[in-house]
Design a protein around this ligand. Structure first.
Ligand SMILES: [Fe+2]
Length: 377
């Protein structure tokens, strides 16, 4: 199958969403990897997953293999997980090390990515590489930034400055102190569905009282507002979402410090194009990082944060566990649904689907953003 995205009708997308073919085409996926995932700002992990110096997390992002490292100066850096000798992957699971050692020919790298040693580089000679000779053989670094504990990368290196990209969301979230976020849990998931379905689903408030009826009642979602912040950031808002819904824990958790009175009962959630899904409640934050690996496979990390450092005290041990269980249960329900949706949403009949004015406009905008980015390649 060959799909030319320049021929996808924008007006048709408005009504039916993106054609079913773009959810099941490996050439489209390759194109997404080369354009959207490499040229934009994509998230790969939570910074608090890397607690100590030497902590390393390998991730796949489209056709790229990356590692995030907490280096000696406590800073997080990101490199291609590709040895400079014969391109072997260096790290294959999360670990804590002082030296990164390639399993293929034992080229070794420091935590700052520079080459430490390459055994017998000159063959049958005692000579070692000089510092100058090593200087062009370090791991290839990727442009990265940490925002709201989320590690973002721009693989191509030439996307707009991150501050400009995120500014509209920074403005909306002024008054929420992201420095107070404390990680409660991170859970890994995988799904046999297209990554765009995960984004659609996160930005679909309509399904919530039906798929997650244990957590949310229909009348709690009736005042949903669409948020169109920029050509990269969209979302939804329930002005009294937190106050309308039953609390997730028996004892209420403390809110963000100094939170504006108007936001005490508010829930907002955002899709930061392409793969960052951020839910902000007055007392907790949920971050889902979707990592596409194939047109019908992605992995994701669901991280739950307390919005106030006091939540981390032993007094709230039980409530943190409950919160984590409740939110992970919701995510399991979503993944179960998405795995099935992959089959029907990629059938030709899906192209006759009718998107609804009242509920689906944020999904439509996501599809239009996708289309624009794919046409810009
Ligand atoms: Fe859901």
């Amino acid at each position: 199958m060959k799909i030319d995205v320049t021929h996808i009708d924008s007006e048709d997308t408005q009504i039916h969403g993106l054609p079913s073919a773009v959810f099941k085409d490996s050439e489209i996926f390759q194109q997404e990897s080369e354009t959207i995932l490499r040229k934009g700002w994509v998230s790969i992990a939570s910074a608090q997953q890397l607690k100590n110096v030497g902590d390393i997390l390998p991730v796949r992002m489209g056709d790229a293999s990356l590692i995030a490292i907490r280096s000696e100066d406590q800073k997080i850096s990101v490199f291609h997980n590709v040895c400079r000798h014969k391109a072997a992957p260096i790290i294959d699971k999360p670990c804590r090390v002082r030296t990164l050692s390639c399993p293929y020919h034992r080229w070794a790298y420091k935590l700052d990515g520079s080459l430490r040693s390459a055994p017998k580089f000159f063959g049958n000679s005692d000579r070692e590489l000089t510092e100058e000779e090593k200087s062009d053989k370090g791991l290839i670094e990727v442009r990265s930034v940490v925002w709201w504990d989320t590690i973002f990368v721009n693989i191509s290196g030439d996307a707009e400055p991150f501050e400009d990209f995120i500014k509209p969301l920074d403005q909306i979230l002024e008054g929420y102190d992201s420095n107070d976020l404390h990680r409660i849990s991170s859970t890994e998931y995988e799904s046999k569905s297209n990554w765009k379905l995960a984004v659609d689903n996160f930005l679909d408030g309509y399904h919530v009282p039906f798929v997650h009826s244990q957590a949310v009642r229909l009348n709690s979602v009736m005042n949903q507002e669409d948020l169109f912040l920029s050509d990269n950031i969209i979302g939804l808002k329930l002005p009294s979402g937190a106050s309308d819904k039953p609390a997730k824990t028996d004892k209420p958790l403390p809110t963000f410090k100094h939170l504006n009175k108007d936001n005490i009962g508010t829930q907002q959630w955002f899709g930061i194009f392409p793969n960052t899904l951020l839910f902000v409640d007055p007392v907790w934050v949920q971050l889902i990082i979707v990592r596409p690996e194939a047109y019908d496979f992605y992995t994701e990390t669901l991280t739950i944060y307390a919005a106030n450092p006091d939540t981390m005290s032993p007094e709230y041990d039980k409530q943190r566990e409950t919160l984590s269980n409740v939110l992970n249960h919701v995510n399991e329900q979503d993944i179960e649904l998405l795995d099935k949706l992959q089959i029907t949403r990629t059938s030709p009949e899906a192209d006759k689907g009718i998107l609804v004015q009242a509920w689906d406009q944020v999904n439509v905008k996501f599809h239009q953003i996708w289309l624009e980015k794919m046409k810009q390649q």
